[in-house]
Design a protein around this ligand. Structure first.
Ligand code: PHE
Length: 366
């Protein structure tokens, strides 16, 4: 009697003679038929098919003296087909470089499909930071980026907050186990800027640099406080520099940014790294003094914007500058506060929310 079956999924003809004339050749033929099959998926299906199962059923009915040899052949065939299917499946999975969208030489048609960049837009903070930097550049300032992790020396020590100084508590932020700090203000860059640009002073050029950066604080979050926000630090050092230069610089910047002349007011304050220190307020660019229902300033007409002051002699000295010859000023303002005012944004938490209805209001620039 001659047994045969056709694997449904592949159309491969497997055949066996199960009578006394059974020959090993039959198994070899079945094997060849299987191995000529190109798709591992189909072979896998074949392995699971009732027809393949029938091969094993044959073992039961085969004559006793042929059983062991037939069993060996059928099992060997199954092992071979299985390993062939596995090897093929492994080949089908290309290794992925998880650090790159694709290897540099990947042909175009094999590259993953990316979202069209026209679907996205620049974040409002990035856009405004670019505008702010541009204004300061026009005013003659260099732009340097701040850093997102720093050490005790730059965050405190070099800024005249020695170890144990009580004012350290006002800049409560995050620290790693090995003492690195997520900076609570961009003033963490002051010492570096003084050192980097102090050669300017030798050629009678001022140090004039603006440092935008991301800052971090341990805050209770509400509509006006975020744990992660941005500041823009300014550092200016030269000969005969006084508070009037500081006020004039900020007034010029704000007038340009809001497109409208603003009045400013400074009130005494305390920072360890400036002396004297001030808090700086400007008149609300969005209302007239008599208007009591203004959403931006709640009718107060003055808005506190930043800390500033004349750079403390100890800070200048630590930066390698002689305070007897050179003086300077520094400021640090919160970018979100400024952008919120300009765009009438009521809650600082919108910036990091990723909410599309918020982001789309500022989209379309790029
Ligand atoms: N770093 C201060 C703050 O975060 C602001 C400041 C900068 C004050 C520079 C004086 C000089 O509050």
């Amino acid at each position: 009697m001659f047994w045969y079956f056709v694997a449904q999924s592949t159309g491969i003809l497997l055949y066996y003679s199960s009578d006394m004339d059974y020959t090993i050749d039959d198994v070899i033929k079945a094997r060849e038929a299987l191995l000529s099959e190109k798709s591992s998926k189909e072979v896998k299906e074949l392995l699971r098919s009732p027809q393949f199962g029938a091969l094993f059923a044959l073992l039961k009915t085969a004559p006793a003296e042929q059983k062991s040899q037939l069993g060996k052949e059928v099992n060997a065939l199954r092992a071979e087909v299985e390993s062939w299917a596995e090897a093929e499946a492994e080949e089908a999975v290309e290794p992925i470089d998880v650090t790159a969208p694709w290897a540099p030489n990947t042909p175009t048609e094999k590259r993953p499909r990316l979202l069209d960049s026209s679907l996205g837009s620049q974040h409002v903070l990035t856009r405004e930071l670019e505008k702010i930097s541009e204004i300061f550049q026009r005013m003659g300032f260099a732009i340097e980026e701040s850093r997102q992790i720093d050490d005790d020396y730059h965050m405190f020590e070099s800024l005249n907050f020695p170890e144990g100084h009580p004012a350290r508590d006002d800049w409560d932020t995050f620290m790693t186990d090995d003492g690195l700090i997520a900076p609570a203000h961009t003033s963490t860059m002051q010492n570096r800027m003084l050192k980097k640009y102090r050669a300017n002073l030798e050629t009678n050029e001022p140090i004039a640099v603006v440092v935008p950066g991301r800052t971090f604080r341990n805050e209770d979050l509400d509509a006006r406080h975020e744990h992660t926000f941005h500041q823009v630090e300014g550092v200016y050092v030269g000969e005969h520099i006084e508070v009037g230069h500081l006020v004039g610089t900020m007034k010029t910047f704000l007038g340009d940014y809001f497109g409208k002349e603003v009045d400013v007011k400074i009130t005494p304050f305390y920072f360890p790294f400036t002396e004297p220190s001030f808090e700086f307020s400007l008149t609300c660019p969005f209302c007239e003094p008599e208007q009591s229902d203004c959403a931006v300033c709640s009718g107060e007409h003055w808005i506190e914007l930043m800390g500033m002051g004349m750079i403390h002699p100890n800070v200048l000295r630590e930066g390698g500058i002689n305070p007897e010859i050179h003086t300077g000023f520094a400021w640090g303002f919160g970018v979100e506060r400024l952008v919120m005012m300009k765009n009438n944004i009521e809650d600082i938490r919108h910036f990091n929310s990723g909410k599309l209805e918020f982001l789309r209001q500022f989209g379309g620039t790029r």
